[in-house]
Design a protein around this ligand. Sequence first.
Ligand SMILES: Cc1cc2nc3c(=O)[nH]c(=O)nc-3n(C[C@H](O)[C@H](O)[C@H](O)COP(=O)(O)OP(=O)(O)OC[C@H]3O[C@@H](n4cnc5c(N)ncnc54)[C@H](O)[C@@H]3O)c2cc1C
Length: 416
Amino acid sequence: MRFSGFRVMREALRGHRGWGPLWRSPAPQPQYDIVIVGGGGHGLATAFYLAKEFGAARVAVLEKGWLGGGNTGRNTTIIRSNYLLPGNEPFYEFSMKLWERLEQETNFNSMVSQRGIVNLYHTDAQRDAYRRRGNAMLLAGADARLLGREELRAMIPFLNYDNARFPVKGGLMQARAGTARHDGVAWGYARGADARGVDLIQNCEVTGFRIEAGRVRGVETTRGYIGAGRVGVAVAGSSGRVMGLAGLRLPLESHVLQAFVSEGLKPVIPGVITFGAGHFYISQSDKGGLVFGGDIDGYNSYAQRGNLAVVEDVAEGGMALMPMLGRARLLRAWGGLVDMTMDGSPIIDRTPVDGLYLNGGWCYGGFKATPASGWAFAHLLATGESHETATAFRLDRFARGHVIDERGAGAQPNLH
Ligand SMILES: Cc1cc2nc3c(=O)[nH]c(=O)nc-3n(C[C@H](O)[C@H](O)[C@H](O)COP(=O)(O)OP(=O)(O)OC[C@H]3O[C@@H](n4cnc5c(N)ncnc54)[C@H](O)[C@@H]3O)c2cc1C
């Protein structure tokens, strides 16, 4: 079934009886060529590109809950490619270009909205750092523009420009950045993968790996053993736990990241805004809610809920930046499990177990990476070689000292 304006009108006239489920619910087969563990955006995008770009047949995605119920359905939906380092920027710009054609490619309305992002600067030194970052972005084929204070004030008048402690001096803008509807992204990829023959199997938790002579042969699941030629793991905050089942210890920690949404308001925030003097970012959803967040909770956890210290910290950041926020009523807050690496950058790589591959370490920012991550992981699973934009995301880089420390913060996960 193809979605189109014509189809919507036709169904409206026929009492909407013609819509079907977006994907099948098949029983697991005994053996697949490729099994992907984790039905979040990354696992689903991997399956989609495996089938579409690499012609892979006999692929399954195993999800312990429901598709898109992990971080993919819990994030603040920001997409951007405003990175500095050569290991990161080409990859995120590749992702941005894939976002720009995603809806045509999947024939699904994922509400990709290029409403722009502005990273605020508050000191001259920060302006210089943003100028450098903007130049790195331009060199990688992305867009970037440094805004002065008055230009910014005309665009976003309600910020606390003259805050004595954190005066807003300007911002680095990426106009092509923005937001996308997170579950719409998962559903679009799921539908596209299913249509190309991928089995999407929900309520199927991977509980172990069958490994013989150093090679993975399949996975033990709550729905029985499933054989696999290759296994790709894309389980975000559960990476440490799942790879532990294969005897591997990963260079990452799992933390809770919380997010917040206010009651619906009339349009007030034009794009995404990030505070440069604290950790706070905000945008407005199409329903009108102000969607915002800040730091991770400061302890390791596998629980998908956070604590009040971070709520207070995020509220302080928001109030320092835009005092009008204090008049909005908070509607909901929630938490997701983020897998924080020691340098803040992800891992898309093979592992010491033959045939077992890892996609993880997405920290605060894996949603924006979903298309490129799926493409690069599919490339790795199909060809055994890293995609050209993902060659730096190696698992052994921490042992070799080739870290990709975007923030220059050192091996402290909460600072990335
Ligand atoms: C509050 C919050 C805000 C965020 N905001 C942004 C943002 O604005 N922009 C951005 O770019 N990124 C953001 N992120 C990060 C982003 O959401 C994640 O990096 C990204 O969604 C990870 O996608 P994923 O597919 O790897 O993981 P997930 O969507 O978490 O999917 C992993 C799946 O694996 C499944 N799973 C786990 N264990 C097993 C098992 N044993 N067997 C089978 N399945 C298993 C889980 O149920 C889950 O569905 C945010 C994250 C949070 C929590």
